[in-house]
Design a protein around this ligand. Structure first.
Ligand SMILES: [Zn+2]
Ligand SMILES: [Zn+2]
Length: 436
């Protein structure tokens, strides 16, 4: 992952005291319950890890989740946004609706040997045979939320509000030509029925075990997918002037994009990134092809300058191609806006994170934003939402030394899972204690 620094807000310093939880357990009580459910959480995580499924294909995982939620007496909806599962836990007392989200999909990554529950699953992805691995920790997210569901269901009678458990498919993106993910969960009523007042989500990442990390404001980048076809005119490689060469035009387009980012965008005000990750064109060394296809990713943190940024990208590509005598078709598909944690919600929930962190790895506030993206951002467009991170490194491994998310060597320290469970339960109870 790549990091960028933004200004740090002082709002967190004004965090208010948490209202009392009444009949419900205190922090030690929640911690004890998270510990009690921990062996089951670890068993779920290992089972899901060993049987990973790609986006929109999470049928086995969804079945396990749905059966668990039904066994807890919840109202359960399945098949949401293809394979998503929603559990609704209506507390015995009136109060706010708290949505908790976990993602369930794995990645086309081949897992190395090592863990006794390592994945041996293979599947086809974009026409290629690939291994499948939970290399982003979504196995842990699913297991953590299943554990939190068990604890919260045990408090049903005293619960002052409703909890909506969102088990979402395809966070990593959908197979070509399909729809899905958070946006579709919302379109199918995930936050509307019942109407959520707040949404919380967490992501495992390589930090000290059990450490919670939260950032006020822009936390993760917004992401768009760029597809370009540079069109020239086919000719012999020895006689380029007889045609129009889309290969050199593409090379100029790629470099022009990087120059545009550094010369035209304000690096201090609004960090942006463009990376072209795929170039495809030509068959033979001495034939200049008709066209070249490029695809890449576009990242931004500032919604204010996003439209202007995309406009400059389009202009840079079409203008550069034109100068070379070629033309370019540009398609930009949104993946998600930036993950943005509203300062009043972060301030309100900070004492909760501090209490959970005090029994685990502490709390890190306001680290630099990451240019990684998360479709949790769509939920935050609908209702106030807070997204935070859970450290899952081995105790002896430093922050920069561990393999990042999406690496075949990404590792989850299972000791940290109970802190994730405690955090999800505590955020729910404290938000509810604050009333509607
Ligand atoms: Zn990921
Ligand atoms: Zn992820």
């Amino acid at each position: 992952m790549k990091f960028q620094t933004l200004a740090v807000s002082a709002v967190l310093a004004m965090a208010a005291a948490i209202p009392a939880r009444g009949e419900l357990p205190d922090q030690a009580g929640i911690r004890a319950q998270a510990k009690a459910v921990d062996p089951q959480v670890i068993a779920w995580r290992r089972d899901i890890h060993q049987h990973p499924e790609l986006g929109n294909r999470e049928t086995r995982t969804a079945k396990i989740v749905a059966e668990h939620l039904r066994s807890l007496g919840m109202e359960v909806r399945t098949g949401v946004a293809h394979t998503g599962v929603i559990g609704i836990l209506k507390g015995g007392k009136p109060g706010p609706v708290v949505a908790l989200r976990a993602d369930m999909d794995a990645l086309p990554v081949t897992e190395p040997e090592g863990l006794p529950f390592a994945s041996r699953v293979k599947t086809e992805y974009n026409g290629q045979q690939v291994g499948v691995m939970h290399a982003c920790g979504h196995d842990a997210h699913t297991a953590i939320l299943m554990g939190a569901a068990k604890i919260l269901a045990g408090m049903k009678a005293d619960l002052p509000g409703t909890v909506v458990f969102l088990f979402q498919p395809a966070e990593e993106g959908v197979p070509a030509g399909e729809t899905g993910g958070a946006k579709q969960m919302i379109a199918e009523g995930a936050l509307a029925n019942p109407k959520a007042d707040v949404v919380f989500g967490l992501h495992t990442w390589p930090g000290p075990p059990g450490r919670l990390t939260v950032r006020n404001g822009g936390t993760m980048a917004g992401s768009d997918q760029l597809s370009v076809t540079v069109k020239g005119r086919q000719t012999h490689g020895a006689m380029p002037s007889k045609g129009v060469d889309p290969v050199t035009a593409s090379a100029q387009v790629i470099l022009a994009l990087q120059t545009m980012v550094t010369r035209q965008m304000d690096a201090a005000a609004a960090p942006v990134v463009i990376s072209v990750g795929r170039i495809n064109g030509g068959i033979r060394h001495n034939i200049i092809p008709d066209k070249v296809e490029l695809s890449g990713t576009i990242r931004h943190l500032d919604p204010e300058t996003h439209d202007q940024f995309l406009e400059r990208i389009r202009k840079t590509i079409t203008g550069t191609a034109e100068v070379a005598g070629a033309s370019a078709d540009v398609t930009i598909e949104p993946y998600a806006p930036p993950v943005f944690n509203p300062s009043d919600l972060v301030a309100k929930m900070m004492p909760t994170l501090e209490r959970v962190g005090a029994g685990a790895g502490g709390v890190l506030r306001d680290p630099p934003a990451t240019m990684g993206a998360e479709d949790f951002a769509w939920y935050q467009k609908e209702v106030p939402g807070m997204y935070f991170f859970l450290g899952i490194n081995k105790a002896e491994v430093g922050m920069g030394e561990a393999a990042p998310n999406h690496s075949p060597d990404f590792f989850i320290n299972e000791d940290a899972l109970k802190t994730g469970v405690e955090a999800m339960v505590s955020l729910t109870l404290d938000y509810m204690a604050g009333g509607k």
